[in-house]
Design a protein around this ligand. Structure first.
Ligand code: ZN
Length: 69
């Protein structure tokens, strides 16, 4: 039942190594969160129905959010 999480270094925009802003470690596991919230389209927000990538620091658990383009 438990999906094994993959802990890895994350590179943003080809050459930026993601570093935890809290503890400065560089190992993260990844999950994807859908951003669509009922009613959000009423406000015509472009990102409302997109997904966000969460990089969760394997050390301290801080979640870094990135919107998919
Ligand atoms: Zn951290």
């Amino acid at each position: 039942m438990s999906k094994e999480k993959v802990v890895q270094e994350v590179t943003i925009k080809r050459n930026l190594k993601l570093e935890c802003i809290i503890c400065k470690k560089k190992l993260f596991w990844t999950r994807t969160t859908l951003m669509n919230t009922p009613g959000m389209s009423f406000f015509n927000l472009d990102w409302a129905n997109k997904s966000a990538v969460n990089y969760v620091c394997d050390n301290c658990g801080y979640v870094h959010w990135f919107l998919n383009k």
